[in-house]
Structures are given as structure tokens and as C-alpha cells.
Write a protein that binds this ligand. Structure first.
Ligand SMILES: Cc1ncc(COP(=O)(O)O)c(C=O)c1O
Length: 382
């Protein structure tokens, strides 16, 4: 039996999302058209927006549909930066463990748009260093255009203290964005309770379709657009709205929540790993709060790429970390920020569990690990 433990990369669509989407694919009508089919399509989208807003804890009009979490992050970071730059603020504050969908637009803004990027470090448990952030704010608050800190990390599953970040930033009136792609529907999350300026989400991480993301942007706030055209989505994200994907995203959000069951399986996996490979260690294990479905383990003396292939040969799918940088031979910037050296960062694997994960899957991994690790160690010595 094959085992899929890469749900943080993408997870199977839930049935409710498939049926809602399939039904909508048969409907004709551009939601911007004024005729009856167009209005019908618009109605379905607005219902989905209302329903999603309840799940996110925001107002429906705060939702801007995008094509991915990556796009939501780009619009938020660039838009909030340009808005700040307009009033003389050119500093962007991020964390050292952001996904490339924040790291790379930040780098681009530095290379092309005069941004100064300040990266806040993390503890060895992978949690944002709030002291460093508050010292920075004490010093340079009036230069900061935007602070963007992820809600939880995609490689380690460590939750970040976003409420503290917002409290620190709001004392200085600084906009705060959070990439909550991995947190949505996995842990409690409310845009309004967090007091954020902007939040990014992605449907394919929660059992919805690929090709649809959400940017939540505070009511009344206008930021410069990346895409110009028909003026959809508050003129911030032009383009004909993807009604089937939007309906699918909303159905997935209503249907899915990673339960305690997944957390229990995760704990089984952690216990199993350290039992069969005594010198393995779990990254982020000391963090106070973790996502229910992610385990990041270091297996000393191995290479993660070899591990991945050996596991794949046993029909087990795992990941070396961020799927977006997989294939590129680089140690994880997240693990390096947590104090790993190149070598140990390259000896680590991420297993991510989802709604379809079973105890049999976990047992199969634990059973396969000793020989996989032994062979990976032997290959490393050659
Ligand atoms: C934390 C985080 N942000 C952003 C993204 C990108 O989302 P999408 O695949 O929808 O572009 C991912 C996907 O892996 C992610 O894990």
C-alpha cells in the first residue's frame, strides 16, 4: 500500500469540494456580466465569499480571490510595501523562516524597488524572536512599511506568536501581514481576532482545488494592484473570477478541519521515529504550539534526497521540506535559522499528515525506517 505523507505540499480534494466544483463547471456566465447567467454566477460567488468569511473570521468584502497562496502573498507584500513607501517607509520586516512566496518577493522589492529587508531570527525551537522584533521597533518603527510573519511554518509546523507581533506593531501603526497557508483549518484562526492588516490562504492545502487562493485585506484599505484589467476584487486583483474554484474552496473550508485524530497520529509517528532511530531528533519539538499534521525529523549521517528516494521505493511519499524548493540542492533555510549546520539541515525530512492518513500509514513508515536509514547511512559513507 502506498503511503502519502506530503499533505503540506498538497492534500486530496474533499468530496464536497469536488461535487460543488463539478456542478459549477457546468454553469455558464461571467460573474461580471449583467445578464441572468452572469448574475447567477455572481450570486454563487458571493455566497461562497460569505461562507468563507465566516470560516476565516473576516467580513466578506475583505476577501480578495487570487489564483494561489503565492499570489496572495505577492499582492500583500508588494502592495503594502508600495503603500508605505508612498509615505516614506521603505523597510520590510519578515522572519528568517518565511516560505519562498514571501522571501522571494521581498528580495525582488529590495533588488528593484528600494526596499530594505530586515529578517528576524527564530529560536532553536523555530519560534520568532520577539525580543529582536521589539528592539527593532523601538529603534526604527517609523521606517517600517510592513511586517510579514507566517502564522505557522510549513517545514516544522511551528506556530508563530502573531498576536504578539500585531500588538507590538499596532502600537506604531504598522501594517502586519501573515501567511496562514498552513494554518487555515488546522488550528483556530480568526482574521478579526488577530487584528491583522492582511492574511494569505490557499485552497489546495485544505482539500479544495488548485488554482485558488485568498487574500484577506482589511476593510477600506486600498493598496496598489499587481494585475490591472477589469477592476474585479476592489481593483486590487483584476481577472474574471474563477467561480468553480471559488465554490470548491468554500465547500472545502466548510467541510474540513484537521482533527485531534491527526494530532494523535502525528504523536504516534514522532514516538515511532525516536524509538526505532534513537539518534533521530524532531525539529521544533520544544515549541509551545505546533500544527497537528507536520513532523520534521533529522536523521544524522544521512542525506535527505537519498532518504526521499529510498522511502519512495517503499511507496512512501515524504518531503525534504518546502515542495517549492525541492529539486534544488539547498539545505533548508528554516533549519539553518534554527541553528542547524549545512550537514544536519541536509539530513532532515518532513512528514505531513492529512485527513486521509491512517494508523496503518504511520506503522508502515515506522517499519520501513530502520532499513531505509541504514541504507542511507551506508550510501553517505561511500
Ligand atoms: C507557508 C506557505 N506559503 C505559501 C505557499 C504557496 O501556496 P500556493 O501553493 O497556493 O501558491 C505554501 C505552499 O507550499 C506554503 O506552505
Amino acid at each position: 500500500m502506498s503511503v502519502y505523507l506530503d499533505h503540506a505540499a498538497t492534500t486530496p480534494m474533499v468530496d464536497d469540494a469536488i461535487s460543488a466544483m463539478t456542478a459549477q463547471m457546468r454553469q455558464l456566465g461571467n460573474p461580471s456580466s449583467l445578464h441572468t447567467p452572469g448574475r447567477a454566477s455572481r450570486k454563487v460567488i458571493e455566497q461562497a465569499r460569505e461562507s468563507l468569511a465566516k470560516e476565516i473570521g473576516c467580513v466578506a468584502s475583505e476577501i480578495i480571490f487570487t489564483a494561489s497562496g503565492t499570489e496572495a502573498n505577492n499582492i500583500a507584500l508588494k502592495g503594502l510595501y508600495w503603500k508605505g513607501k508612498g509615505v516614506g517607509r521603505n523597510v520590510i520586516v519578515i522572519s528568517a523562516i518565511e516560505h519562498h512566496a514571501i522571501l522571494d518577493p521581498a528580495q525582488w522589492l529590495s533588488d528593484h524597488e528600494g526596499a530594505e529587508i530586515i529578517s528576524i531570527g527564530v529560536t532553536s525551537a523555530g519560534v520568532l524572536d520577539l525580543t529582536q522584533l521589539s528592539e527593532l521597533l523601538a529603534d526604527r518603527a517609523d521606517e517600517i512599511a510592513v511586517i510579514s510573519i507566517m502564522h505557522s511554518n510549513n517545514e516544522t509546523g511551528v506556530l508563530q506568536p502573531i498576536d504578539h507581533v500585531v500588538a507590538l506593531a499596532s502600537a506604531h501603526g504598522i501594517a502586519v501581514h501573515s501567511d496562514a497557508v498552513q494554518s487555515f483549518k488546522k488550528v483556530p484562526l480568526s482574521f478579526s481576532e488577530l487584528g491583522l492588516t492582511a492574511l494569505s490562504l490557499s485552497a489546495h492545502k485544505i482539500g479544495g482545488p488548485l488554482g485558488i487562493g485568498v487574500l484577506v485585506l482589511k476593510r477600506g484599505l486600498e493598496i496598489p494592484a499587481l494585475l490591472h484589467g477589469g477592476g474585479q476584487e476592489r481593483e486590487i486583483r483584476s481577472g474574471t473570477l474563477n467561480a468553480p474554484a471559488i465554490v470548491g474552496a468554500s465547500a472545502a473550508a466548510s467541510a474540513s478541519y484537521l482533527s485531534d485524530h491527526v494530532r494523535a497520529l502525528r504523536n504516534e509517528l514522532v514516538e515511532g521515529i525516536v524509538r526505532v532511530i534513537p539518534d533521530a531528533y524532531i525539529n521544533g519539538a520544544n515549541a509551545e504550539k505546533l500544527l497537528p499534521g507536520i513532523v520534521n525529523a533529522t536523521f544524522p549521517g544521512t542525506e535527505s534526497d537519498t532518504l526521499l528516494l529510498l522511502l519512495d521505493a517503499q511507496a512512501i511519499a515524504a518531503s525534504t521540506g518546502s515542495a517549492c524548493s525541492a529539486g534544488v540542492q539547498r539545505p533548508s533555510h528554516v533549519l539553518l535559522a534554527m541553528g542547524h549546520n549545512d550537514k544536519s539541515a541536509r539530513s532532515s525530512l518532513r512528514f505531513s499528515l492529512g485527513a486521509t492518513t491512517t494508523l496503518a500509514d504511520i506503522n508502515q513508515v515506522i517499519e520501513a525506517l530502520p532499513s531505509v536509514i541504514e541504507r542511507a547511512r551506508a550510501a553517505n559513507l561511500r
